[in-house]
Every structure is written in structure tokens, then in C-alpha cells.
Design a binder for this molecule. Structure first.
Ligand code: APR
Ligand code: ZN
Length: 251
């Protein structure tokens, strides 16, 4: 994997690095992405049947079983070399991470995460009274069709995953932290847009906002995306290939 010199030079000269990561960041840990051809989850499942509050209201055991399996899957995998490289980068530059991912792999690799734009799969809460739920959760050993969600101890409502479903608003604090990090960017700073198809807004709009602040925008993705054209540089490789090499080049 050869990283263009201008990308290494840009990161070498940056004081701040803003990381905007998507599902591709966790792909090499074994967590499926959503839109990759053949392997993407939305190739296999209909998001409107799984990733909306209406879907959960209509059939809580079906939707809960799908997310319980993904919780189990995330628990069973490890951060990859890309996650670890970003944690190492934080020792060399001021790094801020804003992720669309609902897993905890950045954190488990040792990174601080400023924003989980689409929530966290482990942040369970009552779907009625919103009370956070930290009670017992039986996770399936295998994907399964239906599991009754836990019941809220306050109101007997169905407990749901703390992810942002289509049509729901993003967490204020995550949006505020991301926009503050973008506004703090200065010319010469670098934005690494890693493993996102650049389709889902507002996250997909952040690279352009960062470019408008004068930052150098670098895409790390094996393929072209909706946002490739507005990046200053594109590195056609995977997170676990590119990021360790990029960090090694800074040493
Ligand atoms: N390294 C880097 N990028 C990768 C890798 C990898 N190993 N493998 C795949 N990719 C890229 C794909 O080429 C694709 O561009 O990661 C991107 C994944 O795109 P999506 O599956 O659309 O994931 P993402 O952009 O994060 O989706 C945004 O959509 O369904 C919602 O809430 C969900 O947060 C998600 C949002
Ligand atoms: Zn409740």
C-alpha cells in the first residue's frame, strides 16, 4: 500500500486531525458494513424493517433480535490495526474522532471518541419513558428471528438499542461536538474521512464543512464514494492497511 507523499506531508504538517469514520473502519474487525456490494447489511436486510422506530413499534422481538445479535457480534470481535493506529496517532497529533459507528471499537483500541453521531448499540433505553436500561440482557449465540426485548423496570415499556434510526434526530451532544471540532479546524489541519459511503446526512455533509474551514480532506476507502470528488486526496486502501502505514510515516 503506497500512501501518496502529499498525504503524509499533509498529516505531518497538521496540528489537528479530525477523523470522520464510518462502517468501513470496523469492517476488518469482522463487523459488516451496510452498503458494500454483496456483504452490506442493507443488501441482505431491508433497513425500513429494522432501522426505524416504527419497525420496532410494530414488531419489537424481530427488531430487538437483530440488534441483540449485532451487540453479540461486536462484543466478540476486536479493534483492528486501523483503530489501533488512530489511537497511536493521538500521541503524535491532536486527534478528534467523530464516528457514525455504533460499536465501541475505537474506544477499545484506546481512542477517545468525541461523538457517536448515530448513538451506541450498547446504550439501551426504554422506548416509552426513555429511562436508560442497564439491567440484564440475554444475547443470542446465533442470529435468531425473534427475542423479546428486556422490559423497562420503570414503566414496563420495551427496551430498545440506543442507536439513531432512520427519521430520528441525532444526539445534540454528538452533533455539537462534531461541529465544534470542524469550526476549530484551521488551514493546514487534516480531516481523515475513513470508511464511509458518504450517503447519510448530516454526517455526509461534514467533510465539505471541514473543507470550507480550510482543512485538507483525505478519504481512506478502497472505492470511490459520493464524497470522493470533494476530497483533496483519496487513498484507495483499507483502514487497517492505510492507517498504520500513515502513522509509521510520521514517526
Ligand atoms: N476500510 C475502509 N473503508 C472500507 C472498508 C475498509 N476495510 N471496507 C469497506 N469500506 C468502505 C466501503 O467502500 C463504503 O464506502 O466503507 C464504506 C461503508 O459504507 P456504508 O456501509 O454505507 O457505511 P456508512 O457510510 O458508515 O453508513 C452510514 O448508514 O445505515 C446507516 O446508521 C447507518 O451509520 C450508518 C450510516
Ligand atoms: Zn420505561
Amino acid at each position: 500500500m503506497t500512501i501518496p507523499d502529499e498525504v503524509v506531508d499533509a498529516v505531518r504538517g497538521a496540528r489537528r486531525v479530525l477523523v470522520l469514520s464510518g462502517a468501513g473502519m470496523s469492517a476488518e474487525s469482522g463487523v459488516p458494513t451496510f452498503r458494500d456490494a454483496q456483504t452490506g447489511l442493507w443488501e441482505e436486510f431491508d433497513p425500513s424493517q429494522l432501522a426505524t422506530a416504527e419497525a420496532f413499534r410494530l414488531d419489537p422481538p424481530f427488531v430487538w433480535a437483530w440488534y441483540a445479535w449485532r451487540m453479540q457480534l461486536v462484543r466478540g470481535v476486536e479493534p483492528n490495526d486501523g483503530h489501533r493506529a488512530l489511537a497511536e496517532l493521538a500521541g503524535l497529533r491532536e486527534v478528534t474522532i467523530s464516528t457514525q459507528n455504533v460499536d465501541d471499537l475505537h474506544e477499545r483500541a484506546g481512542s477517545a471518541v468525541a461523538a457517536h453521531l448515530h448513538g451506541s448499540i450498547f446504550a439501551l433505553r426504554c422506548s416509552d419513558c426513555e429511562t436508560p436500561y442497564d439491567g440484564d440482557v440475554d444475547l443470542p449465540a446465533e442470529p435468531t428471528e425473534r427475542i423479546d426485548p428486556p422490559t423497562c423496570p420503570q414503566c414496563e415499556g420495551d427496551v430498545r438499542p440506543g442507536v439513531v434510526w432512520f427519521g430520528e434526530v441525532l444526539p445534540d451532544d454528538a452533533v455539537a461536538a462534531t461541529e465544534a471540532a470542524i469550526e476549530a479546524l484551521e488551514p493546514g489541519d487534516v480531516v481523515l474521512v475513513i470508511g464511509t459511503s458518504g450517503i447519510v446526512y448530516p454526517a455526509a455533509g461534514y467533510p465539505a464543512m471541514a473543507r470550507a474551514e480550510g482543512a485538507t480532506v483525505v478519504e481512506v476507502n478502497p472505492v470511490d464514494t459520493e464524497i470522493s470528488d470533494m476530497c483533496h486526496h483519496v487513498v484507495r486502501g483499507t483502514a487497517a492497511q492505510v492507517l498504520p502505514e500513515l502513522v509509521a510515516a510520521l514517526q
